[in-house]
Write a protein of this length. Sequence first.
Length: 443
Amino acid sequence: MIIHFIGIGGIGMSALAEICLERGDRVSGSDLKENDRTRALQQRGASLFYGHSRDHIPGKCQKVIFTSAVGPDNPEWDEALKKEIPLISRGAFLADLFKEKEVYGVVGSHGKTTTASFTASALLALEGEKASYYIGGILSQTGLNGHWGEGRRASVELDESDGSFLSFQKGEAALITNIELEHVDNYRNEERYREAFQEFVENFRGPVFAGEEAAGKLKKAGNGLVTVGLKRGRIRPDEWGDDYFRIGKRTCHLKKRGAHNVFDAFLAYAALSETGCDPDKVFQGLEMYEGTGRRMELLARKGGIAVYDDYGHHPTEIEAALRGEESKAPTMILFQPHRYTRFKMFYRRFLEVFRNRGDFIVVLPVYGASEKKVNSPDGMDFVNDLSSFRSGVFYAGGVDEAYHLMRSLLSSPMTVISFGAGDGNLAVRRLARDVREEESWPM
């Protein structure tokens, strides 16, 4: 089949394109600029274009897949309509693609990529290369965010940000990590956000394994809703700690620390073991999990300096990551607010998160993505307000400025962490290269 992706460079679209290439489809796609994912797809045989043009739609194209950021004003969208080529949303295409698999669909406000990755790692232990997965990050063990295997099971991360998770209505099981207001550009308030999850649970044909906090926000949904928790819930471990959980006589030792990681792993264990997967193999797979790109990803460790990159862009995510990675060394944090609507909605909570954490905080301008600034605070406002509570807060007008500022503040020992879903991590990745390549600090 000949398939074209509008916005192929995104983490979700690139995973779908990877899977289509593995299935033998002819893949093309466009995006505004090149990145690691587009380069990887090009090396695997996809035809890539930068910028958007009617000419990018290949001859005899049979499907055009688009993201929620793409609309009728896109010339490729318009060309597909003129040529009467089926236009399919990413979520609908994902649901159709995996309908032949026994899918474990993972969704939630926070932790869904990690939970889907833990699930994928367990499936790799169960089925090896025959296991399939689609996740919102690069799985460290394989270097891929999407893989199509010949086996019957698949781990699939679903996306509530644009409501596309509602297209997924059947599977081996659904996993809900938590429910906390997010994606305020699409959901007016907490009530509407919960209603979307309630609709998902009511329409899903199969068991739903929900974290205790998430289950508490859902209306009674019959016997199909199974509550999972570390302390409470129908399914819970006999014992757990910062990097393990125990069931009976067997203890699962994780490579990732923090209660949020232990919960994500246990939720994956509960769903898999309760639906007939070999518990010993599941334990083995969870213990094999090495991490996912941009989820407290260790970029460099040398001479007493550790540099991490984290995708967290909601105050709850950032708080959990900082609790899980407590360091005795001084800490420097780079924070890039993501989307004006989110930053405005949770502004006070972001201030509280950073009020007593980190020795140095470097703040970038808001990464607006597809949004425009309308009556919203920006990075400089945040620096001014945060500086009234504490010292060590700095503003950087761009990625290059952030890199040079952080380099001037860097010393050994120190832990460096970047938070944000935009391009701010380019500063810490450059800093990490310096740490790996140079002999000693300070330089």
